[in-house]
Design a protein around this ligand. Sequence first.
Ligand SMILES: Cc1cc2nc3c(=O)[nH]c(=O)nc-3n(C[C@H](O)[C@H](O)[C@H](O)COP(=O)(O)OP(=O)(O)OC[C@H]3O[C@@H](n4cnc5c(N)ncnc54)[C@H](O)[C@@H]3O)c2cc1C
Length: 242
Amino acid sequence: MLLERDELTSGTTWHSAAQVTNFDPNQTMVGLKTHSINLYKELSEDPYYPINYHHATGGLRLATTQDHIDGYNHFLSMAKGMGVDFELIDPEECKRRHPIISMDGLLGALWDPLDGDIDPAQLCQALARRARKAGAEVHRFTPVTALTQKPDDSWIVHTDKGDIHCQSVVNAGGYRCNEVGKMMGVEHPVASMEHQYMLTESLPEIEALDDDFRSPLIRCPQADFYQRAEKRPPHRVLRTRL
Ligand SMILES: Cc1cc2nc3c(=O)[nH]c(=O)nc-3n(C[C@H](O)[C@H](O)[C@H](O)COP(=O)(O)OP(=O)(O)OC[C@H]3O[C@@H](n4cnc5c(N)ncnc54)[C@H](O)[C@@H]3O)c2cc1C
């Protein structure tokens, strides 16, 4: 049973940039991300509930220091062992795959062929739809107001629509997880951070590219930003998070 205080996606999910990458320095997370990519691909192809999943744009993770190159080489061998495809490419190849990229100080990039982005609200609804089909109940506009643990370790979940008795409680409150944590005397090491986005007008340099060009994602660990095409042709604009 899923209890949602407001509408589904109303927490962080609705405004996520929703980039879907296979990259992670941690092996367990690479496995989890590969699983997610396969699941999202399957969900996006559901003829009754298709999702906008632009999963074939690919992505460039830039290298501007030798440390980046060494780190990517280490990652490549780990990913290869897990059957996950990545490539280390030189600056000329970066330019070939993303013609308007600047090569200033660029040593190369890690290429993730499966990088892309998905509509986060549609994805959440698709997951809820599958959960309902599998027998789960989803109650929207039902805030959890308190939690009481019983002597047998089961829980009473209090809501303004009544109490629910259950064996286990999963705190999936997102950035509000400490509000729910407090109800059970738990402090989670989680803090909310602010980011800035820039959304450009349509750029002539991008408009000049072929219509079937699918702008890859760019991530720069040095300057700490990512960038991708926010819209498809003919209104190509760039979205950058700093
Ligand atoms: C600007 C930005 C960009 C991002 N970009 C990316 C990206 O490119 N790729 C990526 O993978 N991730 C990205 N993320 C992270 C991603 O959006 C989040 O990790 C994800 O959406 C979290 O989902 P969630 O379900 O855990 O939390 P949420 O979406 O916050 O859901 C938690 C839900 O719990 C509900 N809730 C809270 N308290 C209660 C209560 N007491 N009772 C009942 N319900 C309650 C809330 O209403 C909410 O709907 C980004 C995040 C931000 C902010």
